[in-house]
Design a binder for this molecule. Structure first.
Ligand code: IDP
Ligand code: MG
Length: 169
């Protein structure tokens, strides 16, 4: 197909350039790791078609958790939440793809598992608010902040997935 046809311009605008590289920060919290749900969670993001751009298992400091949840500082559960997040290993990941921030949140379900629909991660795999197994960025701005807090640039791996042409028109 010629470079200058209307069709190729439209497809460039619609897909294979910037938006397919949107990134979100997803973390399996200590309860999700302990319950053996890391594989299930990764499987859901992989099967949806998102690309894994970074992954590590870490026990982070309480200060790191306080920074991660800084927007919730004034809330009564902040201290307990930060202490729990620091209590054991977390699997931190960056996932990439079209509208991955919004779609990642939809895949997670509601903050409270009790309000989460079956089919969502929280709706299928957990029961209570304080043990809801997974974190996902709630906006592009938070995603950028969280990625910068959790990963060094050299830990983020750029590669073109062989699935690209079959996921995006
Ligand atoms: P989110 O994880 O769905 O983005 P946030 O409102 O950002 O939800 O809250 C962060 C985390 O704090 C939640 O995932 C949950 O584990 C915990 N949390 C939120 N609200 C409460 C609460 O009322 N009591 C105890 N823990 C809470
Ligand atoms: Mg949040």
């Amino acid at each position: 197909m010629g470079q200058n046809t209307a069709e190729s311009s439209v497809s460039l605008i619609n897909s294979s350039t910037m938006s397919n590289t949107e990134r979100t920060f997803i973390a399996v919290k200590p309860d999700g790791v302990q319950r053996g749900l890391v594989g299930e969670i990764i499987k859901r993001f992989e099967q949806r078609g998102f690309r894994l751009a970074a992954l590590k298992m870490v026990v982070v400091s309480e200060d790191h958790c306080k920074q991660h949840y800084i927007d919730l500082k004034a809330l009564p559960f902040y201290a307990g939440l930060c202490s729990f997040m620091h209590s054991g290993p977390v699997v931190a990941m960056i996932w990439e793809g079209l509208n991955v921030v919004k779609n990642g949140r939809l895949m997670l379900g509601e903050t409270n598992p009790a309000d989460s629909k079956p089919g969502s991660i929280r709706g299928d795999l957990c029961i209570t608010l304080g043990r809801n197994i997974i974190h996902g960025s709630d906006s592009l701005e938070s995603a950028n902040k969280e990625i910068a807090l959790w990963f060094k640039p050299e830990e983020i791996i750029e590669f073109k997935s062989c699935q690209q042409a079959f996921l995006y028109e």
